[in-house]
Design a protein around this ligand. Structure first.
Ligand SMILES: NC(=O)c1ccc[n+]([C@@H]2O[C@H](COP(=O)([O-])OP(=O)(O)OC[C@H]3O[C@@H](n4cnc5c(N)ncnc54)[C@H](OP(=O)(O)O)[C@@H]3O)[C@@H](O)[C@H]2O)c1
Length: 355
């Protein structure tokens, strides 16, 4: 009998209600592998899910988590010969999952499991899939990014943000990066060789148009070709206005609509929701601008799209993702609280010690 530990939110609403449980895990079914977890990647959506703000999350007994890395401990190739199966016992792998990631063992369909570069650690591997798929899909599949184009990347020191910077650099695009806290500026200057003038420390949204003008002028850019918008709120409109014709504003998050604290502040949330950005679509025809939405759930539901994108991502030979902070698996709630301070740089990871 194989046991696993997993974090569960019995009833959604608060990070504080996370509880650690133990249960038996069956052998993997045909077409699946069993993986002993070594590292779990935290995502902003985990916070949303625990608080009951993520529509696609199960309403009860939620185990959060979209990605983890580990070692294959069992396979089930069914009729297929084991040697023809894509994975073997002992392989170092990373996988994505639609919830359920915060567990020490998993049975996962092979379509969601990927190998990663040998020189990467388990923590680095667990820091990659969700953010890399998100950055790639936004920039290339939706944004159709081309050499020399100017991209606004919000929360650029975060997980998606840093990977986006690396990818934009690969195609020689120009970057305007935003951060919510001045402590992150030096990191971006040193790691990505950005000029300070390319980095906007977001303050009040009313100052954002002038900040965008200054950054574009510094880059000798007429305006934005792509906006990677994970914030919305008051920063939406100025960025939309600063787009040049054929600009694509890609909305994939709503961080500025969320509140901090273990549970949502419903009054504040209601106010922010009521004042969320709205757009008149008629003038969009003359402006030649597009707004596009994106959620990774779409890729989960279309497994066949993922593998070719994974191959492209690995083919980009990006440096390993930046792991900002590591917590022990037992400290999931503390890690989530730290994550939602907005002060983290790079990825936050839970480490599972070898059994
Ligand atoms: N649609 C999708 O499928 C998809 C997939 C992955 C991620 N996302 C979205 O992409 C964004 C980045 O995700 P990530 O996982 O890479 O996170 P992250 O950037 O590593 O961390 C979150 C960052 O969001 C910023 N932030 C803004 N408002 C915040 C608030 N109220 N509380 C806490 N942080 C706040 C902070 O950076 P600054 O203050 O420096 O801006 C913080 O560091 C998130 O909004 C996430 O929901 C969407």
């Amino acid at each position: 009998m194989t046991l696993r530990k997993l974090w569960v939110v019995p009833k959604l609403g608060s990070i504080a209600s996370l509880e650690l449980r133990e249960e038996e895990i069956p052998l993997p079914e045909v077409g699946h592998v069993q993986i002993a977890t070594r590292a779990v990647g935290l995502n902003f959506a985990d916070v949303f899910a625990c608080k009951g703000l993520y529509a696609a999350a199960p309403k009860e007994n939620l185990t959060p988590g979209f990605e983890a890395s580990g070692v294959v401990t069992a396979i089930n190739s069914g009729e297929e010969k084991a040697e023809d199966y894509p994975f073997k016992v002992g392989d170092r792998v990373v996988f994505i999952t639609q919830f359920g990631g915060y567990a020490t063992r998993h049975n996962i369909a092979t379509g969601y499991v990927f190998t990663f570069p040998e020189e990467w650690s388990f923590a680095q591997a667990a820091a990659f899939p969700v953010q890399a798929f998100t950055a790639y899909y936004a920039l290339f599949e939706l944004g159709a990014l081309k050499k020399g184009q100017t991209v606004l990347v919000h929360s650029a020191a975060g997980g998606v943000g840093q990977l986006a910077l690396r990818m934009i650099n690969k195609v020689e695009g120009k970057v305007i990066a935003t951060v919510g806290n001045p402590t992150k500026v030096e990191f971006l200057v040193e790691t990505f060789k950005l000029d300070k003038e390319q980095i906007i420390v977001r303050k009040d949204a009313s100052e954002f148009p002038a900040q965008l003008d200054a950054a574009c002028a510094h880059l000798d850019s007429k305006g934005l070709n792509i906006v990677m918008d994970s914030l919305m709120g008051g920063f939406f409109s100025p960025a939309y206005k600063k787009m040049v014709p054929m600009g694509r504003h890609i909305v994939f998050g709503s961080a500025s609509l969320t509140t901090t604290g273990d549970s949502p502040s419903w009054l504040s949330l209601g106010w922010r929701f009521y004042n969320r950005p709205r757009l008149d679509i008629l003038p969009m025809i003359n402006y030649n601008k597009a707004v596009m939405g994106f959620n990774l759930v779409y890729l989960f539901d279309n497994m066949d799209i993922m593998k070719p994108i994974w191959d492209i991502l690995i083919g980009m030979s990006l440096p390993p993702p930046h792991v900002g902070e590591e917590f022990d698996f037992s400290e999931a709630a503390e890690a989530l609280r730290r994550f939602q301070t907005g002060l983290t740089v790079g990825k936050v990871i839970l480490i599972v010690k070898e059994e």
